[in-house]
Design a protein around this ligand. Structure first.
Ligand code: FAD
Ligand code: NAI
Length: 470
């Protein structure tokens, strides 16, 4: 069997790449190992155990929290909400199934052949598929795209059993609400899934190695957000290194000590969530034998997604850059277009990042810390949601918008939003930045009233110190 393109892995990088290649006239096959008993599951980490199930639980738990704590102030009197965790998990699973089946439909619609099994590259142009029953077949292709994503990783000496000591995958499946949840790592997973279980009633303590939460996000935003999470009931131990987790049958004990040295402490937990990052997934891919270069576990690529072996490309979590679904998707489209002789590319300066907590944190472009480190002079415009009419009406006044623009040219270099709906609002900044727009452009764009987005316009006005409503 011979194809123009074989894509290994049908996560957001792989399936989007396959569809774009098929649109461009290529004969495409995909190989995906996920699923069992003859039922293949497309959509990768994102649809099965990542973005989609986590957002289903974040939404449901936010509604639960709102019904318990937010309705009364709006004049809605209800009795205390009761949690039906089985029904909430069913909502999550139904959402996952609908999305996963949707990808199978799209692959079929685009006449992409799907092989179920482990893909192993034998050499440029040759991939072996090993099915669940051990059966093997070899496929041939002009080009191969590796889109095998990432996997859960743990800390040295910490064993994830997905029962007491869980990764994000186990944390999306808990049978009941833990009384005490200890989260190791104050990154995106720790704060999102910590939020889910905090809202449902868990006491959440986060132990983080660095002296701040959400590394990589704007420092001022992170500091304010940490204060908000504290008010919600999160406890943080920053600058703290986890040195061990001792798990028993019904709980665990987490030991940690100050990074700078000092007295060790320990915390008891019913559940421990290990959220200290993910590792690129190259297991069983045969990269070494095929001669594909790797660096610190990641597949090395050039600016056009090509590895050092002709005809083998790689995209998504398995290569450099942020581990984000939309980054993987855009790389999938770009590499398909390059293979079709077009000029596919990804603008890494404009990749939004969103933390889907309450409130949300959203960011695109450079942070203040990055601008300072690069020696770029900038102006800041900031606008608080307390001064936004719609935010008041919605009782969503926590947070602010911050616009960073080049001092000399006024070009917008970064936008950071902490607030309800930040993950939707950030995209007007992304479009603006894709067109190299200025703060003045944003400020002169008419924004509908009353919307939370008016705060974005006001922050842009603030760059030239002429915000109206503060
Ligand atoms: P993956 O989605 O990991 O897909 C790779 C696929 O390849 C997998 O299905 C795997 O089974 C398959 N595979 C691997 N090796 C082989 C092989 N040898 N043969 C055959 N198949 C193989 N990102 C966001 O942008 N927004 C979010 O809200 C978000 N939330 C997340 C929440 C959680 C809990 C987690 C864990 C991640 C989240 N992410 C989020 C990250 C996002 O899931 C990843 O960035 C994204 O899935 C990467 O896409 P990918 O296509 O590179 O790889
Ligand atoms: P992360 O890299 O975001 O955060 C890991 C945190 O753990 C860091 O703050 C790090 O300093 C800390 N840490 C590492 N070792 C530690 C130790 N020994 N003790 C204490 N703290 C320690 O990784 P995370 O949260 O696991 O997420 C993995 C990937 O998934 C991320 O790259 C993220 O982009 C992606 N993701 C994206 C989401 C989104 O876009 N909303 C949601 C969830 C995941």
């Amino acid at each position: 069997m011979s194809y123009d393109l074989i894509v290994i892995g049908t996560g957001p990088g792989g399936y989007v790449c396959a569809i774009r290649a098929a649109q461009l006239g290529m004969k495409v096959a995909v190989i995906e190992k996920r699923g069992s008993a003859g039922k293949q599951l497309h959509g990768g980490t994102c649809l099965n155990v990542g973005c989609i199930p986590s957002k289903a639980l974040l939404h449901a738990s936010e509604m639960f929290d709102e019904a318990g704590h937010g309705f009364a102030a709006l004049g809605i009197e209800v009795s205390a909400p009761k949690l039906n965790i089985a029904a909430m998990m069913k909502h999550k699973q139904d959402t996952v199934d609908a999305n996963v089946n949707g990808v199978a439909f799209l692959l079929k619609k685009n006449k992409i052949e799907a092989f179920h099994g482990l893909g192993t590259i034998l050499s440029a142009g040759k991939v072996q598929v090993t099915a669940e029953d051990g059966g093997k077949q070899v496929l041939e292709a002009k080009n191969i795209v590796i889109a095998t994503g990432s996997e859960v990783s743990s800390l040295p000496g910490v064993t994830i059993d997905e029962k007491i000591v869980v990764s994000s995958t186990g944390a999306l499946e808990l049978a009941g609400v833990p009384k005490k949840l200890v989260v190791i790592g104050a990154g995106v997973i720790g704060l999102e899934l910590g939020s889910v279980w905090r809202r449902l009633g868990a006491e959440v303590t986060v132990v983080e190695y660095l002296d701040r939460i959400l590394p990589g996000m704007d420092g001022e935003v992170a500091k304010n957000f940490q204060r908000m999470l504290g008010k919600q009931g999160f406890t943080f131990h920053l600058s703290s290194k986890v040195t061990g987790v001792k798990a028993g049958k019904t709980g665990a004990s987490v030991s940690f000590e100050p990074v700078a040295g000092g007295e060790a402490q320990s915390l008891d937990a019913d559940i421990v969530l290990v959220a200290t990052g993910r590792r690129p997934n190259t297991d069983g891919l045969g990269l070494e034998a095929a001669g594909v270069a790797m660096e610190r576990g990641k597949v090395v690529i050039d600016d056009h997604f090509a590895t050092n072996v002709k005809g083998i490309y790689a995209i998504g979590d398995v290569v450099r850059g942020p581990m984000l679904a939309h980054k993987a998707e855009d790389e999938g489209i770009a590499v398909a277009e390059i293979l079709a002789g077009q000029r596919g590319h990804v603008n890494y300066d404009v990749i939004p990042g969103v933390v889907y907590t309450h409130p949300e944190v959203a960011s695109v472009g450079k942070t203040e810390e990055e601008l300072k480190a690069a020696g770029i002079e900038y102006n800041i415009g900031k606008f608080p949601f307390t001064a936004n009419g719609r935010a008041r009406a919605n009782r969503a006044t926590d947070g602010f918008v911050k616009v960073l623009a080049d001092k000399a040219t006024d070009r917008v270099l970064g936008v950071h939003i902490l607030g309800v709906g930040a993950g939707e609002m950030i995209h007007e900044a992304a479009v603006l930045m894709e067109f190299s727009g200025s703060a003045e452009d944003l400020a002169r764009t008419c924004h509908a009233h009353p919307t939370m987005s008016e705060a974005v316009k006001e922050a842009a006005l603030g760059v030239a110190k002429r915000a109206i409503h503060v």
